[in-house]
Ligand binder design. Structure first.
Ligand code: GLN
Length: 245
């Protein structure tokens, strides 16, 4: 974001991909960026509009198979996201968005579909629907203020299962729920400045440290966001208690 006046949060295709409150990720990202002293410009990009290459943080959410396929088809014809990431932008991709950031994913009507290849992950059709609460311990390689991130809490609902290749690392070790698939033991992936996860909730409302991690990449300040309201701690405590911690 060097030389730019506002931190630009780009929400990709809210008309196609936004389930289980994913819009909250845009709200929390913008809110915490402001707490860090940034002016924020939030840009919601509908699926018939071009993706700006000047984004600082790109957000993409979850969705059913059909809108997911349509989103992938459109994004494959638009290099704005890839250029934005090459220029130092960061991204959070949730569920369908996570799958389509990978090499390929499965559509129930048309089978295997090409993804964007931004993350070294591949998704296929699972045998059971993964639905319910998830808790997971974040990869210790990721830190905010020099400390590991608190346990993740979120909600998942997907048929796809995802394999993480050697170019990426799993985002977290699953304690309860499924994440990348029953028995996978992990959720999501991270690679460079991209974080992918199956967690809705919205994930940033339940895990604001994840927003701080991404904002730290973008503004170069690794410290946690100075936040006085701690409502998210109550939300986290309640959701973690619901699955026995
Ligand atoms: N359509 C994908 C699946 O079922 C993603 C679902 C979602 O984003 N909630 O695997």
């Amino acid at each position: 974001m060097a030389g730019q006046s506002a931190l630009r949060v780009v929400w990709i295709y809210p008309d196609l991909l936004s389930t289980y409150g994913d819009q909250g990720n845009a709200l929390i990202m913008a809110y915490r960026a402001r707490l860090r002293g940034h002016e924020v410009e939030r840009v919601d990009v509908r699926s018939d509009q071009p993706i700006p290459a000047q984004g600082d943080v790109y957000l993409i959410g979850g969705g059913e198979d059909r809108p997911q396929r349509l989103a992938a088809e459109r994004l494959l014809k638009d290099d704005g996201l890839a250029r934005g990431l090459e220029a130092g932008g960061a991204a959070l991709a949730v569920c369908a968005g996570f799958q389509l950031f990978g090499h390929s994913f499965y559509d129930d009507e048309k089978g295997t579909q090409p993804g964007l290849g931004l993350l070294d992950v591949t998704s296929v059709r699972g045998t059971v629907r993964c639905v319910g609460e998830v808790t997971a311990e974040v990869d210790e390689a990721l830190t905010v203020g020099g400390r590991p991130l608190p346990r993740l809490t979120g909600f998942e609902n997907h048929m796809g299962t995802t394999q993480v290749g050697p170019g990426a690392r799993p985002l977290a070790r699953v304690r309860s729920g499924n994440g990348n698939g029953a028995g996978s033991g992990v959720d999501g992936a991270h690679q460079g400045r991209i974080v992918g996860t199956y967690l809705h909730g919205p994930v940033l409302a339940r895990n604001p440290a994840l927003a701080d991690l991404i904002l730290g990449w973008v503004d170069g300040n690794p410290a946690p966001t100075p936040a006085e309201d701690l409502w998210h701690d109550r939300l986290r405590a309640e959701r973690l208690a619901a699955v026995g911690g």
